[in-house]
Design a protein around this ligand. Structure first.
Ligand code: ZN
Length: 134
């Protein structure tokens, strides 16, 4: 897995975060099973509810290019330890497998924190509306 490459990409693209309201910059990099990487940043809006998180930007970019199989997601911020919000967890539940790795990193000049979880541990009780077909 291209983990270090993905972490470096997350740090590179953090400059694209559009976060004038919260001042919290977040980037996400999704790694597909075929080795591709899709990145996103948080994009805020003056009408706060229209803001979209970095994780969903990355997921929607990958899905819209036909990707469905994901190995891992890096979520990076220099400002906070960026655990994903409930909306992002639910979007992840649609596409991630229970063992998709979630790597959450806060890193800046003062130090570094890193949390590594399986998606199922991050979000064990998922809303699901999957219809069983025989
Ligand atoms: Zn979110």
């Amino acid at each position: 897995m291209k983990l270090n490459e993905a972490i470096n990409l997350a740090k590179q693209v953090i400059k694209f975060s559009y976060s004038p309201y919260s001042k919290i910059r977040v980037s996400a990099v999704l790694i597909t099973k075929d080795g591709k990487m899709y990145h996103g940043v948080n994009i805020e809006n003056a009408s706060y509810g229209l803001t979209i998180c970095a994780e969903r930007v990355a997921i929607f970019k990958a899905i819209s290019e036909g990707k469905r199989d994901f190995l891992a997601m890096i979520i990076y911020s220099p400002d906070v330890l960026p655990f994903p919000c409930g909306a992002c967890r639910q979007v992840m539940a649609e596409f991630f497998s229970p063992d998709t790795k979630i790597i959450i990193i806060r890193e800046n000049r003062e130090g570094k924190e890193k949390v590594i979880l399986k998606f199922d541990d991050l979000f064990p009780s998922k809303y699901s509306f999957k219809i069983k077909r025989n």
